[in-house]
Ligand binder design. Structure first.
Ligand code: AMP
Length: 280
């Protein structure tokens, strides 16, 4: 992988990188489109990273379809699809890992202990392997993108981080590889994550600036069959809970729908209406 990147760079080509866990959907492919705008060559990696899954989580059953992923990536103009094996990535269990710090303690980090240490460790390794000039992440995983930015800043990784908007289905559900787990009834219920963000956003737009009131509104909207809310939070760009909601405040939601854990978010000033939608 490094030899490929070094050859590209020696030809004066700028490299953009899109890390994924595969089972590609239009959300991933929009990151590829953005990467293409930012560079001359695009690398997409597919690696289901065991380090970021808890012992009771879905690592073993995470959806995988490498043939389909390869075809989708190539059709979208990816120059290099990088698919390391677990054995190549972790010939031995790594003793040294990235400590993600306090921003990893809340929200997803609280629900999934060790998750962000696993994410940042594999992202650091991938950055060393791919040596990109720019890497593109989705806002869908807001806390992840924030932590990757912080790691790059704090540890002087020589690349830029770009964050692209969340791609949604026509009814608003954020695209996710995990949506494949949902039964038709659960798929209908899952729309309440999007609605909770939209309702909080609406309330803020008509003048409500108290985070507690918006949180209450969000949690109320999450009531649906088989939906088990985990959090509805209002934080600033550094993931700290806010006292007063402004246009830079981010509303983040997590809920289990059946046994499937889903997350979503909106930057209130931008609004869910600004996100791209696609036919599912
Ligand atoms: P994953 O394969 O779920 O690890 O995601 C790989 C990258 O795609 C991450 O940067 C995600 O934030 C991004 N991503 C996943 N779903 C979406 C979506 N619906 N819209 C935009 N980006 C997404």
């Amino acid at each position: 992988m490094q030899a490929w990147s070094q050859r590209e760079r020696s030809r004066g080509r700028r490299i953009a990188f899109v890390p994924t866990m595969g089972f590609l959907h239009e959300g991933h492919l929009r990151l590829v489109d953005r990467a293409r705008e930012l560079a001359d060559a695009v690398v997409l990696s597919i690696f289901v990273n065991p380090l970021q899954f808890g012992p009771a989580e879905d690592f073993a059953r995470y959806p995988r379809d490498l043939d389909r992923d390869r075809a989708l990536a190539e059709a979208r103009g990816v120059d290099c699809v990088f698919i390391p094996t677990a054995q190549e990535m972790y010939p031995v269990e790594p003793l040294v890992r990235v400590a993600p710090g306090p921003m990893a303690e809340s929200l997803e980090g609280a629900a999934r202990p060790g998750h962000f240490a696993g994410v940042l460790t594999v992202v650091a390794k991938l950055f060393h392997q791919v040596e990109p000039d720019v890497a593109v992440f989705g806002r869908k995983d807001f806390q992840q993108a924030t932590l990757v930015r912080q790691m790059v800043r704090d540890l002087d990784f020589p690349l830029e981080i770009e964050v692209a908007p969340t791609v949604r289905e026509l009814d608003g559900l954020a695209l996710s590889s995990r949506n494949a787990y949902l039964t038709p009834d659960q798929r209908r219920s899952a729309i309440v994550l999007f609605r909770s963000l939209r309702e909080a956003e609406r309330a803020w737009r008509v003048g409500e600036a108290a985070p507690d009131a918006l949180q209450r509104k969000g949690l109320e909207t999450l009531a649906a069959p088989d939906v088990h809310p985990e959090y509805f939070a209002l934080v600033d760009a550094g993931l700290t809970p806010v006292d007063r909601v402004t246009q830079t405040t981010v509303a983040l939601v997590a809920a289990r729908v059946g046994t499937t854990r889903l997350i979503d978010n909106v930057v209130l000033g931008e609004g869910v209406g600004a996100d791209p939608t696609v036919r599912g």
